[in-house]
Design a binder for this molecule. Structure first.
Ligand code: ARG
Length: 409
């Protein structure tokens, strides 16, 4: 009997434990915790991918080296680099690293023992649990199969690679970035410098080597004493990334301010600037390079946003089109003032142009391999942004040999 009495007393506790709501809650909680754990594990093991850069040299044996391959401005250089890039891409896309391979880019071509050596960077993405050393040997073995002769691979020296005319997004092999708005971002125009005269922005300038700046001759009208000038690097003139003093200023000895003829000058730095992905050179075109009317170009600078406005502290950019000298010399335009050493660029409706304070800065165009070439130096214009009075630039191809004579570049 006592048992009979005790049993009903236990029933409520048992039934509370077996309460369907409680069971349901516990089951759901366990499932949720498990799912979150599994999801996090999968994420960290498979999806938390990091970019890895490989720098290597590959020797191309069936191509003979020629001087044409020395400069990124030649068609030969572009064609061969493009071929090597698509061959590497194809090989990796057909290999067991097809999901990890992102892009390959040729940074430089040089003469090899029995062919051409291409310096390449390659970008891969893989999860952190994959170890870098084994990835490196997998990449190497694929390269070896392809070339049966490949140099060494190094991991991530990408900061040392600063080919001319490469914006920082190309150096990091990022997806194509759209140039939007007017404000530039760090690394968008790594060759743009600001020339300060006694601590104030006076002109733009263009980095063409770690010692030389290209600019406009008219920037030195008021002062050509190198000791008064400083070169400022980075997109903000208030918070420079680097600065250098100037040793020598060389102004074209036929510069004529009345006609703006030969508006070109170079400056030698007193110590070399340290290149980075945000500070390095633009590519110079060959003297024979054709600049096509109607093609797109970008002008950058800290100049004023309207005629007789004040200069700005953050670098800006504008997209313009090349205009033929013939059209630019039309009676309703510059009526014959555009000489062969000049180049016009603007937009038909006006409103987009360089302006005061942009002088000496770059007008650049992108080639098929996303390297940027200098085509003009901001020189003059009638006011700013008028529809029939586009910006006038010093034509860089016309002065290509002068630049070599002065700087050896
Ligand atoms: N001469 C001006 C300067 O010293 C540049 C003029 C450019 N003007 C133009 N409309 N694009 O900064």
């Amino acid at each position: 009997m006592p048992y009979m009495i005790e049993r009903p007393a236990r029933v409520p506790s048992t039934s509370r434990f077996l309460n369907p709501y409680v069971i349901c809650f516990v089951v759901v909680a366990v499932v949720v915790i498990l799912a979150v754990t599994v999801a996090l594990l999968i994420y960290f093991l498979a999806f938390d991918q990091k970019s890895y850069f490989y720098h290597g040299n590959v020797e191309i044996l069936n191509v003979k080296y020629s001087d044409q391959l020395n400069s990124p401005a030649t068609q030969e250089y572009r064609t061969l680099s493009g071929k090597i890039e698509s061959m590497l891409s194809k090989t990796f896309k057909e290999s067991n690293l097809r999901n990890q391979f992102i892009r390959a880019h040729v940074v430089k071509l040089r003469q090899g023992g029995s062919g051409v050596i291409a310096e390449i960077i390659m970008k891969f993405k893989f999860s952190r649990n994959n170890n870098g050393v084994s990835m490196k040997s997998r990449i190497e073995s694929i390269l070896h199969q392809l070339l049966n002769n490949s140099g060494n691979l190094e991991i991530d020296p990408s900061t040392e690679l600063t080919p001319c005319g490469a914006r920082s997004d190309l150096i990091t092999l990022s997806e194509e970035r759209i140039i939007g708005g007017t404000k530039a971002e760090e690394g968008d125009w790594p060759w743009q410098v600001s020339l300060h005269l006694r601590n104030a922005h006076h002109c733009g300038g263009i980095l063409i080597s770690n010692m030389w700046i290209l600019t406009a001759a008219h920037c030195f009208k008021s002062n050509s004493d190198p000791r008064q000038w400083t070169v400022i690097f980075g997109i903000s003139t208030r918070f420079p990334k680097q600065r250098r003093k100037v040793k020598t200023i060389i102004i074209h000895n036929n510069y004529k301010s009345a006609t703006h003829e030969n508006d070109i000058a170079v400056m030698l730095l007193d110590t070399s600037v340290t290149f980075s992905k945000n500070i390095h050179t633009v590519c110079l075109p060959m003297a024979t390079q054709n600049i096509l009317p109607g093609s797109t170009a970008y002008v950058t600078g800290w100049g004023s946003r309207k005629y007789s406005g004040s200069t700005v502290t953050e670098l800006e950019q504008a997209r313009v089109n090349i205009i033929s000298n013939e059209a630019c010399n039309a009676p309703n335009s510059y009526n014959g003032a555009i000489l062969p050493g000049m180049l016009c660029a603007g937009v038909p409706e006006g409103g987009v142009d360089a302006c005061q304070g942009d002088s000496g800065g770059p007008l650049v165009q992108e080639d098929s391999r996303r390297h940027w070439f200098l085509v003009g130096i901001v020189s003059w214009g009638y006011q700013c942004g008028l529809p029939d009075n586009p910006g006038v630039y010093t034509r860089v191809t016309f002065y290509r040999d002068w630049i070599t004579q002065q700087t050896g570049i």
